[in-house]
Design a binder for this molecule. Structure first.
Ligand SMILES: Cc1cc2nc3c(=O)[nH]c(=O)nc-3n(C[C@H](O)[C@H](O)[C@H](O)COP(=O)(O)OP(=O)(O)OC[C@H]3O[C@@H](n4cnc5c(N)ncnc54)[C@H](O)[C@@H]3O)c2cc1C
Length: 56
């Protein structure tokens, strides 16, 4: 199975919605959930910092 609902930062097709951990297709392991959380949090921080907090 592929995991194409999110991009590599765990962002969904909605720019303000991220899916991480067990919400995604793939390995259900704590380390994966932690990695996803770090990727999503970093992207959210970048969006805010760049004034990119798109209100869609
Ligand atoms: C029995 C069992 C054993 C496991 N053993 C291992 C293991 O040995 N090693 C390993 O790496 N992984 C293990 N896992 C998998 C691991 O627990 C999960 O992959 C990981 O916890 C996923 O993290 P998550 O943040 O995606 O989800 P979760 O840890 O499930 O966190 C989701 C949180 O959201 C909360 N929540 C749900 N609905 C709402 C709502 N409407 N509003 C607010 N909060 C809500 C829940 O209460 C929960 O606290 C095990 C899982 C199970 C069930």
């Amino acid at each position: 199975m592929t995991d194409e609902v999110t991009d590599r930062t765990c962002r969904t097709s909605h720019p303000r919605v991220f899916a991480i951990g067990d919400l995604k297709v793939g390995l259900n392991q704590v380390v994966i959930a932690a990695e996803d959380g770090a990727l999503a949090a970093t992207q959210i921080w970048r969006d805010i910092r760049c004034g990119n907090g798109a209100r869609h």
